[in-house]
Design a binder for this molecule. Sequence first.
Ligand SMILES: Nc1ncnc2c1ncn2[C@@H]1O[C@H](COP(=O)(O)OP(=O)(O)O)[C@@H](O)[C@H]1O
Ligand SMILES: [Mg+2]
Length: 265
Amino acid sequence: MRSNMSDASALLQVRGLTRRFGGLLAVSGLDMSVFPGEILGLIGPNGAGKSTTFSMMAGAIEPSAGDIYFQGESLSGVPTHAFAARGIVRTFQHNKPFESMSIQENVMVGMHTQVPLSMWQVVLGTAKAKAHEKHARAQALHWIDFVGLGEYAQADVRTLSFGQGRLLEIARGLAAQPKLMLFDEPAAGLTATECIRLADIIRGIAAQGIAVLLIEHDMPFLMALAQRVVVLNFGEKIAEGSPTQVQADPAVVNAYLGQVKVDHA
Ligand SMILES: Nc1ncnc2c1ncn2[C@@H]1O[C@H](COP(=O)(O)OP(=O)(O)O)[C@@H](O)[C@H]1O
Ligand SMILES: [Mg+2]
């Protein structure tokens, strides 16, 4: 089992991670690890603390206590914008694209974290700036192809369907060269066919060694995709293991009992 692997091989390690909102403990003493190239599901009933955990991992909110280590280094005190540059990328459900731009230009916007140019080099159109631009265009096309939007690369972003917009968002995330991708309910609102395509893409991302952490309320989708699952309830980890193990775990079954519908937040 991966959960028994030495933590020295972990990409991300969370130790005693805690977040309070006033008197409420949204996440409480969470220990978990994410390994390169794995697909790890993060599940739990509504209000369990999943999104709060993501927000701390992505640097959007600060922990009240505990530590997050990425590639062995503490992320404590690292500014929000630097998380993406280090390789932690979160995709959003309803990220608005830049409307007057093509698909390719939209993806290139996601690459700004890696272009080591001064503003003057860009403005003056130096040879170095032009080489970077060429490289960025090729990389953007690569990821657009990867998510299956190749034939729309030059199309106006407004012509994309809802499901294609979700794929564009993933291409933008990939263009930032992540080591860890955080997906918050990527299957929400997609058709059955689009879900199959999305699952293939997520497997393809992990196959490149990128770690995937996935919040998803579509249980059949998640359980078919994840190699390992961590279960939260009231901010605490109540189970961890293979999809088969956690689905058979009485603590997990109990946590979901009485839930009319699983997590929409
Ligand atoms: N910004 C916030 N201010 C106050 N309470 C919050 C905030 N964000 C989340 N919470 C609370 O923290 C708990 C966990 O929320 P969340 O992480 O969104 O759960 P999940 O994503 O598992 O549904 C919930 O009780 C929620 O109401
Ligand atoms: Mg949530």
